[in-house]
Write a protein that binds this ligand. Structure first.
Ligand code: SF4
Length: 391
């Protein structure tokens, strides 16, 4: 799709410790030095200089510092990134500028500094408010630190706070999930992202699962937990604008929406993905990924070369149609047939007729008279089954 705006994502790979379920591009850095952090930021800013040309003329809509743990950077380093990105792209009005923050002591002390650095939205990796669950997840923090961080954010004046939670964690009971939701509600964040724990290949959790040492809620328990999440958060005034994302009206994440709406994103840093704007040669855009290993990334940048892991993948029409369908279906708005037709020349029924008929008959998809499609309540629980029919 054509778009005149860009979101910038900066990946910061450092983590105090690596959680046993994590498969992001991360580097264990229990004592990250200022020099190492600065060297990484220097490299990211070099990459920005090189890559901004491909997104020239686009208006900056969002900046997201994710990881990893970007809150391990000092506020001055965060400020350098924010200033550099803003100087590269024009913006109309205030730009949503998000920093992912883990609830450690060091990070908590930096909260006021992050605000002065230009961060106006914080996404806090709470995961659970219960020590037993946090321990089983292998997290570095405990519930008391989570609460201290949340209080520090409000004291520093942050008015747009998102919290990340995990459900269907090892050994987590339904009652424990309800307690997590109740604690979240009692804080009253503007946004909640809540994901089912997935066991990714080649992680310590995958190994433990193979050995029968990981006790996870089964599929029907996980489905009941998903339903409880929807019910409790909806009852507390949050709108589930995407399968895992719940916001008070007006606090939906502008940056995350870009991915579901397939808008351009410039990804910088280790392992970052970019969605490049459409061009006459790539009418559905292109995407590319950076190298995932920190030393290789730093070497490439130091040598004045591209950090890309390979050539950009130009999206063919069939791939783009499938992605347009399942990404839009993640959202409450769903897949709008008219917008789809503008990009692909015909409505979704033309390309996915049998799949749509089958999913509607199964009660997983709702089709409006104008051809717009949305997941039903049951479709939201079985969303993976729906999405695989479009790829
Ligand atoms: S803190 Fe987040 S990014 Fe870092 S290892 Fe844990 S899950 Fe991965």
């Amino acid at each position: 799709m054509t778009d005149s705006s860009v979101g910038v994502y900066v990946h910061v790979p450092f983590c105090e410790r690596v959680c046993p379920y994590c498969d992001f591009a991360v580097v264990r850095a229990p004592r990250l030095s200022g020099a190492d952090a600065d060297a990484y930021v220097d490299a990211v800013l070099c990459e920005l200089d090189e890559r901004a040309r491909d997104f020239a003329g686009l208006r900056l809509a969002s900046l997201y510092l994710g990881g990893g743990t970007p809150s391990l950077l000092r506020p001055a380093a965060v400020a350098r990134i924010v200033r550099a990105v803003r100087s590269r792209f024009a913006a109309a009005g205030e730009v949503e500028t998000t920093l992912e923050l883990n609830p450690g002591t060091v990070e908590r002390e930096r909260v006021p500094g992050f605000r002065s650095a230009g961060v106006n939205r914080v996404s806090v990796g709470i995961q659970s408010f219960q020590d037993a669950v946090l321990k089983r997840l292998g997290r570095a923090h405990r519930a008391a630190e989570a609460w201290a961080t949340l209080r520090a954010l409000r004291a520093a004046g942050f008015e747009n706070v998102s919290i990340d939670l995990i459900y269907a964690a090892p050994g987590q009971s339904h009652a424990q999930l309800l307690r997590d939701l109740e604690e979240a509600r009692s804080f009253g964040p503007e946004h909640v992202s809540i994901y089912e724990l997935t066991v990714e290949p080649n992680t310590p959790f995958a190994l433990a699962a193979r050995r029968g040492q990981l006790r996870l809620p089964d599929e029907s328990d996980a489905a009941r937990m998903f339903e409880a999440v929807q019910e409790v958060l909806a009852g507390s005034g949050y709108v589930a604008y995407e399968l895992s994302s719940h916001a008070r009206p007006g606090f939906e994440s502008a940056h995350n929406r870009r991915y579901w709406e397939r808008r351009p994103v410039l990804g910088l840093g280790v392992g970052a993905w970019s969605s490049e704007p459409a061009t006459p040669d790539a009418p559905h855009g292109a995407r590319r990924a950076n190298l995932r290993a920190l030393p290789a990334y730093l070497e490439r940048i130091a040598a004045g070369r591209s950090a890309a892991a390979g050539d950009a993948e130009v999206l063919g029409a069939a791939t783009a149609r499938g992605e347009a369908a399942f990404l839009a279906l993640r959202t409450a708005r769903g897949l709008e047939a008219a917008g789809f037709e503008r990009e692909f020349g015909a409505p979704p029924r033309r390309f996915f007729g049998p799949q749509i008929a089958e999913l509607v008959a199964a009660g997983l998809l709702a089709e409006a008279a104008d051809g717009d499609l949305r997941l039903t309540a049951r479709g939201r629980i079985l969303s993976d089954t729906v999405f695989e029919r479009f790829v």
